[in-house]
Design a protein around this ligand. Structure first.
Ligand code: ADP
Length: 715
């Protein structure tokens, strides 16, 4: 920014006049009024302010602020003033003012210059223009020229009797730690705000702001004391530089030991302490770069120090007894509000913490009042009951609305109704039940325990719902396993024992004896198969089955199989459809036989006499492979029967071990429910897939894939 040559003469003369005004004998505020006015013609500012620290004979300095005469209603930002003081430069920026209920929002130009002279900070000179593009004429050159003049005025004022009057430091009577009248007023003015502040952050910010204002400190912080760890935790701070290094720069929540710094000393001694220059104080270093004077005052609640206010300044001797007295009084006044705010904060934090736990638990939780109305519930509650996306009305009652919502899925509606009734009748009882839902099948365990207030009065109930479908399923499977295995073991064993006992008791005619021995043989065979299946199953599940793979021809396997199944196939017609060009596969011969054997015996078992069973084998076309199947060349084997078929609901479950479709046919036919899970395990070991299509009463088609040998050899 430059001033045009034709303007410069005019500007210089205006500045000369302004400087002369400063030298006058009028009281300082009048001189400054005229000074600011004279500058206005050149700088076009809206208002101006001078903040200065008048040095006196005693340590500590008083901050004074002088404003231009026609005050603009927008308050000045003391934080900005402190920044300028700390940075020691001329700073320009566009600022936003107002915008609250009282003053309209405006964008303004701000210029702040720190008045440095002889390595000392004397004050801060500030200008504001009422638009974002103002103060263009206020070049660094011009402002820089004014600063020494202002420093000289401030220096003179600090020494003069009028200056001492201004700072109310007249006379030599030491004030000790008695509060100055204006500081007392400041405290009284704070009363309302302190009593209202319940929010910890708002309260600490208020305390810090006031302490900074009254003391004139350029930087300050409030830290809370963590007694468990003997540490201070930084909470609120202002004016510290962002450079890395010692002190507060690392932001809120930063911790340091109570053994460190003036703040630590203040906490431990529970006394307000003052250091006029940290650089000459052994064992102390400042809270920030370039800071010299430091003041720390504890806020003591009962027997404990809860917090500490720390004030810092780059000016050594910046604080004196008056500042100390004020901050001490401020801390004493803040004890009660702080204790209240800390309790409030603790309550909020534990509520927040509980809220987070409540929302993130996988258990469905709902707080219910004594009438059964849901007061609060977590997301798991909605998802477990399938209430997702449903707008839960204001009045959602478990006994009415939940039951109504679940009715189409409730296996036993009476159970939930009775549960709700018992809850109403016995409010103090802990209750537990399991609700069975259908479509899809789901077992939900509901616990309901009374909730109580601090006076131990029952306020309602907490419902905790968890999905126990899997646990119940594995319990059911275990139970079924024991009953099936014991039944399957007992039946052949009883026959074997019965017939052998008979054979041993006396002699029978040869054909009768032959018949008995045949039965014993068949039953022993059945036993041996069951034991085989169980062992095979557990080997597959444990991943212990190793395939003995060779290039094999399915035609040979089929020939051996049909010979083996000869007797069982007496009542059925078996149609074999194998195309001549079926390629050889790369597989374990015995396992492939076992797979086809299992499917054929099922087809025989589950279809009436005279039924037709079709076994077809061909190389699969790509569109015949199930979705997600590995690409490549595969042989497709399918076994189709005209038997009882399988209901749609049972289809996905027939592969589970011990799962048997429960109907009169399957009960009559008998089986372990292991065959298909073994079959699937074996197909998958070969890299293939098995699937089923079925229609109840019309028959089923099981089909699976096995890898073509060339394909594998190439890989
Ligand atoms: P198992 O035959 O010993 O009961 P599986 O595991 O071989 O055991 O079969 C599981 C269930 O699948 C059988 O109980 C039966 O209900 C059903 N199932 C299997 N194959 C057929 C079929 N071909 N037709 C109808 N139902 C079948």
């Amino acid at each position: 920014m430059t001033v045009r040559p034709d303007q410069s003469a005019q500007t210089l003369s205006a500045f000369g006049a302004a400087a002369r005004v400063l030298q006058g004998d009028d009281p300082l505020h009048l001189r400054l009024h005229r000074f600011f006015d004279l500058l206005r013609d050149t700088l076009h500012h809206r208002d101006a302010r001078l903040t200065c620290w008048l040095q006196s004979a005693r340590p500590g300095s008083t901050r004074q602020q002088y404003y231009s005469a026609d005050a603009w209603p927008y308050p000045w930002d003391d934080g900005l003033t402190r920044t300028v003081a700390r940075e020691g430069v001329i700073s320009r920026r566009v600022i936003a003012l107002g915008g609250g209920t009282q003053l309209p929002a405006v964008r303004a130009t701000y210029l702040g210059a720190s008045i440095m002279w002889g390595g000392r900070l004397w004050g801060v000179f500030e200008l504001r223009a009422d638009h974002a593009d103002g103060l263009r004429a206020a070049t660094d050159e011009l402002i820089g020229g004014l600063l020494p003049q202002l420093a000289a005025v401030i220096a003179r004022e600090g020494e003069s009797p009028s200056g001492q009057r201004a700072s109310e430091r007249a006379g030599d009577t030491p004030t000790g730690l008695t509060l100055r009248a204006q500081d007392k007023q400041q405290l009284v003015a704070l009363n309302g705000s302190l009593d209202e502040a319940i929010d910890l952050h708002a309260l600490l910010s208020l305390l810090l702001r006031r302490a900074l204002e009254v003391s004139g400190a350029e930087a300050g912080a409030v830290a809370l004391v963590d007694h468990e760890r003997d540490e201070l935790v930084l909470h609120t701070f202002e004016g510290f530089e962002d450079e890395a290094g010692v002190g507060m720069q690392n932001g809120p929540r930063q911790r340091w030991s109570v053994e460190t710094g003036l703040a630590g000393r203040a906490v431990q001694s529970r006394r307000a302490l003052l250091v006029r220059d940290v650089t000459v104080e052994p064992g102390l270093h400042g809270a920030g770069v370039g800071l010299r004077a430091e003041l720390a005052a504890p806020i003591v609640i009962g027997a404990d120090t809860a917090a500490v206010i720390i004030l810092s300044s780059p000016r050594s001797n910046a604080f004196g007894e008056d500042e100390l007295a004020f901050v001490r009084a401020l801390c004493a006044r803040a004890a009660l509000p702080l204790s209240r705010a800390l309790h409030y904060q603790e309550a909020i934090e534990s509520a927040l913490y509980l809220g987070q736990v409540f929302s993130s638990l996988p258990t469905g939780l709902a707080l219910i009042d004594i009438y059964g109305k849901v007061l609060r519930s977590n997301p798991a509650w909605d998802s477990l009951w399938g209430l997702h996306g449903r707008v839960i009305r204001e009045n959602f009652h478990v006994s009415l609305d939940l039951i109504a919502h679940l009715l189409p899925r409730l296996h036993d509606p009476l159970k939930l109704t009775t549960f709700c009734d018992t809850m109403q009748r016995s409010p103090a009882k802990d209750l537990i039940t399991t609700i069975h839902l259908t479509h899809p099948a789901q077992d939900l365990e509901v616990r309901s325990v009374p909730t109580r207030d601090s006076k131990d009065h029952i306020t309602g109930r907490l419902w905790a719902v968890s999905d126990v479908t899997r646990e119940r399923e594995s319990d059911r499977l275990k139970g079924e396993f024991v009953s099936i295995v014991s039944h399957e073991l007992r039946t052949p064993l009883t026959s074997i024992l019965g017939y052998t006992e008979l054979l041993l008791s006396r002699d029978f005619p040869p054909d009768e004896r032959h018949q008995f021995v045949t039965t014993v043989y068949t039953e022993a065979n059945r036993l041996s198969h069951l034991v085989e299946d169980l062992l095979e199953m557990s080997r597959i599940e444990a991943g212990k089955v190793k395939l003995n793979r060779w290039v094999i021809s399915l035609t040979n396997v089929l020939y051996e199989l049909t010979t083996q199944l000869n007797t069982q196939l007496m009542n059925h017609r078996l149609l074999i459809d194998v195309t001549s060009e079926v390629p050889p596969i790369y597989a374990d011969r015995d396992k492939v036989k076992q797979i086809i054997f299992n499917l054929l015996t099922n087809a025989i078992k589950y279809s009436p006499s005279g039924g037709e069973i079709q076994l077809s084998i061909h190389e699969a076309r790509p569109d015949e492979l199930p979705a997600g199947h590995t690409a490549g060349r595969w042989v497709l084997v399918s076994v189709r029967d005209q038997g009882i078929g399988i209901a749609e609901d049972d289809l996905p479950r027939i592969w589970e071990r011990f799962y048997r479709v429960d109907n009169t046919n399957t009960r009559r036919i008998g089986g372990t429910g292991l065959g298909l899970s073994i079959t699937r395990g074996l197909v998958e070991l070969h890299g293939g897939q098995i699937a089923v299509e079925s229609e109840i009463g019309r028959g089923s088609r099981f089909f699976f894939t096995l890898p073509v040998s060339n394909e594998l050899a190439r890989r």
